[in-house]
Design a protein around this ligand. Structure first.
Ligand SMILES: [Zn+2]
Length: 377
């Protein structure tokens, strides 16, 4: 603001003051305006009164009155504006409702939970029971009852994490019917389950056929952490037992599951006129199934033409399966002449890696939100 010229008369000064007052927005601006117009030194009033001292006696009276009136008017207007400004001030600690809101961060389900939920949905639709079992298992349920006797290579110390002492749950009182039937050692060796197949045994020991179940949960191996291995991962186990269950039931069920889990690959097969070429069953070996089959689907990445991911074969293995071995039925007291069944085991991480093209399994366990937020709610 320029200095006020004291030579302008009270009427012109009033106009200038009104215009300046209209621009005032804050307390500080209002105080500055007060000093400028009615302050003791250097203000318009002070300068005007000074100039008045040299005026003729005839001039003094009317001009002095006009200046006094303007001074009062200025003070009243400033006081009024002061009150108006105070009324718009928010009280201490008040919430400023004019600030933009803070949006709470939405949580996401973990990608492995998404796969688990998807698998559970597929199988509950097919009338399966969903089970969870203990992660600490005994040697009997994890190996022996699954047709893996003491010398079987799958029981190698390299693969299994044994516990130094039996858990209380496996003390003689907690011994299961299967163990009692086989009059097992009172305290069998305990371990972290290497597969969810142990749940098959626990369920069949307590329930008569028919059986139709899926069990999902963590399993443990003596593996080092790298791109494709972790010492803990998740497995989906499926078991169907009843009269007249055949390999055709196994194929139908697993094809339906693979189609539901990998719809894009399935659709690609349909477009290329190779729908039947979407999935294949390859002979394999597991101690607890006979015959056994590994299941491959067309490579997600190259759609079958061959790439690094599928090692130029055009196929990607997704699970192991087979018809339940009679020795397993014998272990749980089922009559292998009466019932047959099929079982399968699939890695949850493997499905997630394939489905979303994730190249490092460790990303699933690092809790990095930049990764986890990419998988929908
Ligand atoms: Zn490929």
């Amino acid at each position: 603001m320029s200095p006020i010229d004291p030579s302008i008369g009270p009427d012109r000064a009033r106009e200038v003051f009104r215009a300046e007052l209209a621009e005032v927005r804050t307390d500080a601006e209002l105080q500055a305006l007060r000093t400028r117009w009615v302050g003791r030194k250097g203000s318009w009033v002070a300068a005007f009164m000074e100039a008045l001292a040299t005026a003729t006696p005839e001039q003094k009276k009317p001009v002095g009155r006009g200046a006094n009136e303007l001074k009062k008017e200025v003070e009243a207007a400033i006081a009024e504006r002061e009150t108006a400004l105070a009324s718009t001030k928010r009280p201490p600690n008040a919430v400023d409702i004019t600030l933009p809101g803070r949006t709470p961060v939405l949580g996401h389900r973990h990608p492995l939970s998404l796969i688990r939920d998807e698998v559970i949905e597929i199988f509950t639709r097919l009338g399966y029971q969903v089970l969870e079992g203990p992660e600490v298992e005994d040697d009997y349920h994890n190996f022996e009852a699954l047709n893996m006797p003491a010398e079987h290579p799958a029981r190698d110390m390299q693969d299994t994490l044994y516990l130094t002492r039996p858990m209380p749950a496996f003390a003689p009182d907690g011994a299961s019917a299967g163990q009692a039937r086989r009059s097992h050692a009172p305290q069998p060796r305990t371990l972290l389950r290497t597969h969810t197949s142990a749940m098959q045994i626990r369920h069949m020991e307590k329930h008569d056929p028919p059986v139709r179940l899926v069990a999902i949960g963590p399993v443990y191996r003596r593996d080092n952490l790298d791109l494709t291995h972790t010492p803990m991962f998740h497995q989906v186990e499926g078991l169907v037992v009843g009269k007249g269950i055949t390999l055709a039931d196994l194929k139908g069920t697993l094809t339906a599951m693979a189609e539901a889990l990998f719809p894009s690959t399935r659709a690609e097969g349909a477009r290329s006129g190779q729908a039947a070429d979407f999935i294949r069953f390859r002979p394999s070996f597991f101690p607890y199934t006979e015959p056994s089959a590994e299941v491959d689907i067309r490579c997600i990445k190259c759609k079958g033409s061959g790439c690094a991911m599928c090692k130029k074969t055009g196929w990607i293995e997704i699970l192991g399966s087979g018809m339940v071995h009679p020795a397993v039925f014998e272990a749980v007291g089922y009559d292998a002449d009466e019932v047959t069944g099929f079982a399968f085991g699939m890695g949850v991480e493997r499905v997630a890696l394939l489905k979303w093209g994730v190249e490092d399994i460790r990303l699933f366990y690092e809790n990095d939100l930049r990764f986890l937020e990419q998988f929908g709610l």
